[in-house]
Design a protein around this ligand. Structure first.
Ligand code: GLY
Length: 589
């Protein structure tokens, strides 16, 4: 079967695991609302959800419904985000929540301006660059660092929610928590994805009593279809609703977080009350790259997302992917090697620019990317992808990074009735984060393991090394694409450093290959970061394995569980899409 036939969309949507998850999730959703059931139908068939006024797409139907209620009542995208995030933290606790961090990109319809909020976790003031090294200076094993208190950074998501509401909210703050509180108090139906992930991670979750008591009651993993209550989370939300997020950063909730981190059995951390008390989100300029007469805009440092997506697209701007086509292996050779070159620059230069000088503008300068693009002239895969020399007025050179990032995280896309657009990627890092559950009923992140475990290589400093107060480099790529200054696409995904490839592919599918946004999401993944081409197992992407190997790529067939949530803004209205690989949906009105 050709890679991109009409049948492909159905074939893609029928990835067996996703379909079984969605079939179960659909049963739960059917009980909730008919529009949710029709949203599942749409995504499995590669059809967009259409609306005229507003649209929301996120990773769980209960969370989407919480946001949709706010939008239907005239709330802004920022209001809807708060309602959606607080429900996601309950029903999809493995991915994001109050104990984590997030990046938000906002298009303001009234002013036509883009703003980003950096709600990234920060390293405690008591860390050193050797945080994740043993007594011989060797990096710890990844999960030895992740599980426990050492990896926990100061959470940023509550402060981000408050700042977004302060800047752009239309609805009373306390009204945004109603669904989260009700679902926490009365219980929610455990989804198949949550149940599967708990069962797979049972040993690590069992190491800490509060975590085990919640996810493994009586020693048995919660099962799909169970009703799960979280009274502590309901109480935390009630306090935040009444008193704002100060209660989170300075009150009993903060004390509970610090106590949990400092007393984590076998792996205590160094977070203190002072770290929480001084936490601030940062408003930052969006980073934009030019692509096919559009501006692809997103989150700059400390995220590598917008820069790396922008580099990939900026190099490919010099090649005619539309003419080559989606079924042509040459398209994927170009995409794969553009990604490798972008990841080489990412590993060398990208980190928290408040701590290390970064060539932010130089990395997405079209002239620099046109030069880099010349390396892609065929016919074979690059033997080696090395970092380039973007315009950089600082003499310091960094050593190549050594960070490990595994897939996790969640993404929310919203367009409201006023035309504001919100793209937010939100995370506690690894699935279930540090595995530590705070007394407030939420999991704590392990975001600090997004730093490089090594601080130096051959005596040369690594940009993304651990430092007190610093924000670990991220791959999260919440994106808004503009045409003539107006948004045309809102998109993002979870997936660790593969997020970058998922987002770039979706933009290429939509803009170059003329796919509707749901079909662009469904398009099977081919992702290259460091040389090996990951090919989405069980899909028609597998037909590319042999041609890619003939170019000289190593290939690796594996599941690639993106969670892309996107909204296209067209002359006919809004078109929403949600990833069939996870349980989310888009709904609009
Ligand atoms: N921890 C996922 C990311 O920030 O990229």
């Amino acid at each position: 079967m050709p890679y991109m036939s009409q049948k492909l969309l159905a074939a893609t949507a029928s990835i067996i695991i996703s379909m079984s998850i969605n079939a179960h999730a659909q049963q739960a959703a059917d009980a909730v609302a008919p529009e949710i059931a029709s949203a599942y139908d749409a995504k499995s068939q590669g059809l967009v959800v259409k609306s005229k006024n507003w649209m929301i797409s996120a990773a769980n139907p209960l969370a989407v419904q919480a946001g949709a209620k706010i939008l239907a009542a005239g709330g802004s995208a920022a209001d809807a985000m708060v309602a959606t995030q607080t429900v996601l933290g309950l029903v999809e606790p493995q991915s994001s929540g109050l104990g984590g961090g997030a990046f938000l990109v906002w298009y303001d319809a009234a002013s036509g301006k883009l703003t980003t909020i950096d709600g990234r976790e920060t390293a405690p003031m008591n860390v050193t660059p050797k945080l994740f090294q043993d007594e011989n200076g060797e990096p710890l094993k990844f999960f030895d660092a992740v599980v426990g208190g050492l990896s926990v950074g100061t959470p940023g998501t509550p402060a981000l929610m408050a700042k977004a509401h302060e800047l752009w909210g239309k609805t009373n703050w306390d009204g945004l928590f109603a669904d989260g509180i009700a679902l926490a108090d009365e219980g929610f139906i455990v989804s198949p994805r949550l149940a599967t992930l708990v069962a797979n991670d049972a040993e690590r979750l069992s190491r800490f009593k509060p975590t085990a008591d919640y996810f493994l009651p009586g020693g048995t993993p919660i099962a799909a279809g169970d009703t799960l209550k979280n009274a502590a989370y309901g109480e935390t939300l009630r306090q935040i609703a009444l008193d704002g997020v100060a209660s989170f950063y300075t009150g009993a909730t903060a004390e509970g977080i610090v106590d949990t981190v400092q007393n984590a059995a076998g792996n205590p951390g160094v977070l203190e009350m002072q770290d929480l008390a001084v936490y601030q989100v940062k408003l930052r300029d969006a980073v934009c790259a030019q692509y096919r007469e559009h501006d692809v805009c997103g989150m700059g440092p400390p995220s590598s997302g917008a820069l790396t997506v922008g580099q990939i697209l900026g190099m490919l701007n010099n090649y005619d992917l539309a003419n080559l086509g989606v079924e042509n292996p040459e398209s994927w050779r170009l995409i794969g090697d553009a990604s490798r070159l972008a990841f080489a620059d990412r590993g060398r230069y990208m980190a928290d620019s408040d701590y290390v000088p970064m060539p932010t503008k130089g990395l997405v300068d079209p002239a620099y990317l046109a030069e880099r693009a010349k390396l892609l002239v065929g016919p074979n895969a690059l033997e080696k992808a090395s970092s380039g020399t973007p315009t950089f007025d600082h003499a310091m050179i960094y050593a190549n990074d050594e960070s490990i990032e595994l897939p996790s995280t969640s993404h929310i896309s919203i367009v409201d009735a006023d035309g504001n657009a919100l793209s937010m990627t939100t995370t506690i890092e690894n699935g279930f984060g540090s595995r530590l559950m705070a007394p407030g009923g939420f999991l704590l992140n392990n975001e600090l393991t997004d730093f490089s475990f090594r601080s130096h290589r051959d005596g040369v400093a690594i940009a993304n090394r651990v430092e007190p107060g610093k924000r670990p480099r991220s791959s999260m790529s919440p994106t808004i694409v503009l045409k003539d200054g107006k948004p045309v696409l809102v998109v993002g995904s979870p997936g660790g450093s593969r997020i970058i490839g998922y987002v770039a592919k979706t933009i290429i599918g939509y803009m170059d290959w003329g796919l509707n946004i749901q079909s662009a999401i469904n398009l099977p993944h081919l992702v290259n970061r460091f040389g090996t081409y990951d090919v989405e197992d069980g899909t028609t992407a597998m037909t590319f394995e042999a041609p890619l190997q003939a170019f000289g790529f190593k290939t690796n067939a594996r599941s690639l569980t993106s969670g892309i949530h996107a909204i296209a803004i067209t002359s006919d209205g809004l078109e929403g899409g949600a990833d069939p690989r996870r349980e989310g949906i888009a709904i609009g009105e």
